[in-house]
Ligand binder design. Structure first.
Ligand code: TYM
Length: 327
């Protein structure tokens, strides 16, 4: 029996190389070893305001990017969260087992709500409960995510253990799978901040559909420092981040990367990095253009995906309701 993998991505903003190195790349690599289920989490997306037409087209764009990156729809399921109503239903049930204190500790909510202040929705606060429902519905063993999602997976583990201790063995306890490289890609304009889809600055993130010239310009403008030596030094966040991206795209070891830049400066690193990223994204971009040429193709894959896993979600939900004594 293969272990089951579940993960999700929000269809908001532009998908960037942080999402790619932190999550998508390892999703693609995991397909032969594991049974994979990936979800486009549109219900999570609406925890902040979304324009309806943009949301609809972003859902298709993200799906197209996943398939273009190498997710194989013949072996791996990709579906839209709102196509399976069990997600929202289980989230409600889990809400009744998650103490407020646990939710109050979620750092991502603190960061996101700080930016929005008065406009913060109850949904944004409750985001981790819905995420726990996503994972637990499919009895996932492993959840491949970037470092920023570790705390949410921990909460999922906590609530599943709590539920199991009250009602007996019901949920499988999942584990986060955080990549060795690329788990926390930082913004190019400010390497002390995580690269994020919601950050508006044009020099902040490299998006997967950026043209080669845009990628080059963004890399060349990236914030560094006034030193010279190109080496992995965490106390120099700008250069450390650029080298981390280089490492993520090339798969080379750190000593080898450092030896390539002996006697060279930051400009050399930036020039080479830009070409590494351009070359790394180019096959994905051409597959994306091919896949999206045929109208309705992506939708048909997403509908098939939901049909394949809906019975699993419904069975888990039915079991949970029975344990609780509902109905
Ligand atoms: P989202 O859409 O924000 O991010 C998708 C994935 O990309 C990773 N990531 C990063 N990795 C490295 N560096 C970065 N700068 C960076 N930014 C984002 C995220 O860690 C994530 O793995 N809450 C999830 C979506 C979700 C989910 C789930 C994930 C909903 N339900 C169930 C796993 C299981 C999220 O933040 O997506």
């Amino acid at each position: 029996m293969k272990k089951r993998v579940f993960s999700g991505i929000q269809p908001t903003g532009d998908i960037h190389i942080g999402n790619y190195l932190g999550a998508i790349k390892q999703w693609v690599a995991s397909q032969t070893e594991y049974e994979d289920i990936f979800c486009i989490v549109d219900l999570h997306a609406i925890t902040v305001a979304q324009e309806p037409n943009t949301l609809k087209s972003k859902i298709r764009e993200v799906a197209g990017l996943l398939f273009a990156a190498g997710i194989d729809p013949k072996i791996t399921v990709v579906f839209i969260q709102s196509h399976i109503s069990a997600h929202a239903e289980l989230a409600w049930l889990l809400n009744c087992f998650i103490p407020m204190g646990w939710m109050n500790r979620m750092t991502q909510f603190k960061e996101k709500s700080h930016r929005q202040r008065e406009q913060v929705s109850v949904g944004l606060f409750d985001y981790p409960a819905l995420m726990a429902a996503d994972i637990l519905l499919y009895e996932a063993d492993l959840v491949p995510v970037g470092e920023d999602q570790r705390q949410h997976v921990e909460l999922t583990r906590d609530v599943s253990q709590r539920f199991n201790s009250i009602y007996g063995e019901t949920f499988k306890i999942p584990e986060a799978l955080i990549p060795q490289f690329g788990a926390r890609v930082m913004g190019l304009d400010d390497p002390t901040q995580k690269m994020s889809k919601s950050e508006p600055g044009s020099g902040h993130a490299i998006n997967l559909l950026d043209t080669p010239d845009v990628i080059r310009a963004k890399v060349m403008r990236a914030t560094t420092d006034s030193q010279r030596e190109v080496c992995f030094d965490e106390s120099r966040p700008g250069i450390y981040n650029l080298l981390g991206i280089y490492e993520g795209f090339t798969g080379l070891g750190r000593p080898e990367i450092e030896s390539r830049f002996v006697g060279k400066g930051y400009v050399d690193l930036k020039k080479e990095l830009a070409e590494v990223v351009v070359a790394g994204l180019s096959p994905l971009q051409s597959r994306y253009r091919e896949l999206t040429r045929e109208p309705g193709y992506i939708d048909s894959l997403l509908n098939e995906g939901a049909d394949r896993v809906r019975p699993v979600a419904e069975e888990t939900l039915a079991k949970v309701k029975q344990q609780i004594g509902l109905g």
